[in-house]
Design a protein around this ligand. Structure first.
Ligand SMILES: NC(=O)c1ccc[n+]([C@@H]2O[C@H](COP(=O)([O-])OP(=O)(O)OC[C@H]3O[C@@H](n4cnc5c(N)ncnc54)[C@H](OP(=O)(O)O)[C@@H]3O)[C@@H](O)[C@H]2O)c1
Length: 262
């Protein structure tokens, strides 16, 4: 996605993948800066650790509580978040609706991506959110933050268990999977069989290089509209690109084609 975009924009740079062990994010950021990197995308499991390893966090990322993009400028490390704004663009494109009009159930809201999506949705005007997380205690700080952001918000929690999820789905427009479940073939199903209906929209942040996730397959079987993680990958990537190269418009179609061919 990024290499075709760099070529299309005539930028003499390349995008590479680097695997960093947990606990080494600060050290790796120092090495990236030393070796002339312009920026970095940060993914699972590093997003919280990365927040502690930068010189500055931009105001939106501060609000979202997590960074996924590093900008390296004049030796300084600036952290920002493009998952949140990317989610808004991607929902608009996939479902033809604004998040402000939708009732969302976010599975995995206690993780980095889930938290970012929850806060960004409320900032964008969403007024009905149901949050679920396997470790329920991780939702507490997020609940306080969201209540402080929008006093009129209808905010509920739901156990990550089949009966509770089935009940929660009753009053929901969009189910968002922000857990890492589905990344590996054979992961247990997140929702009880038959729980989805044609009226639901399903947004799976997970993407697989080959084939679809079980959640997307379940959405398809139910006749529900659906978007997989490729959509978010594209839009958050385009926003990252524009952070790294201010004044350059990310060539979305080139990036989309790059993703498809990869
Ligand atoms: N498409 C994109 O561009 C894009 C962008 C961002 C993220 N993502 C994807 O979103 C997912 C989450 O990323 P992240 O950065 O938020 O990771 P993270 O901070 O490590 O959070 C992982 C989340 O998954 C939950 N989880 C893990 N295993 C589970 C299981 N077996 N059952 C139920 N919940 C489980 C965790 O629950 P606990 O709190 O209980 O551990 C936590 O809520 C990843 O698959 C990532 O690839 C995709």
């Amino acid at each position: 996605m990024h290499n075709p975009a760099l070529r299309a924009c005539g930028i003499d740079a390349s995008y590479v993948r680097v695997q960093v062990p947990p606990g080494h994010v600060r050290e790796s950021f120092g090495l990236f800066a030393h070796h002339g990197f312009l920026g970095v995308n940060i993914t699972i499991p590093h997003k919280f650790e990365a927040m502690e390893a930068v010189d500055e966090v931009d105001p939106l990322a501060q609000r979202l509580g997590v960074i996924n993009t590093l900008i390296i400028r004049d030796g300084r490390l600036l952290g920002c978040n493009t998952d949140g704004p990317g989610f808004l663009r991607s929902v608009r494109e996939a479902f033809g609706a604004e998040v402000a009009e939708l009732r969302l159930l976010i599975l995995g809201a206690g993780g980095g991506a889930g938290r970012a999506v929850a806060v960004q949705s409320v900032l964008a005007g969403c007024r009905h959110l149901v949050l679920a997380n396997r470790s329920a205690d991780k939702l507490q700080p997020l609940l306080m933050e969201l209540n402080g952001l929008a006093p009129g918000l209808l905010l509920q929690t739901c156990a990550m268990e089949p009966p509770a999820l089935e009940t929660a789905l009753d009053g929901i427009d969009v189910v968002v999977n922000a857990t890492s479940v589905g990344m590996k073939a054979g992961d247990a199903a997140l929702l009880p069989a038959g729980a989805l209906r044609a009226s639901h929209c399903v947004y799976d942040m997970v993407y697989r290089a080959c084939g679809e996730t079980d959640l997307i397959a379940a959405a398809r079987a139910a006749g529900a509209r659906h978007a997989d993680g490729m959509s978010l990958l594209l839009h958050q990537g385009a926003i990252s690109f524009e952070h790294w190269f201010p004044g350059v418009t990310a060539p979305l179609d080139v990036m989309r084609a790059g993703l498809a061919s990869a």
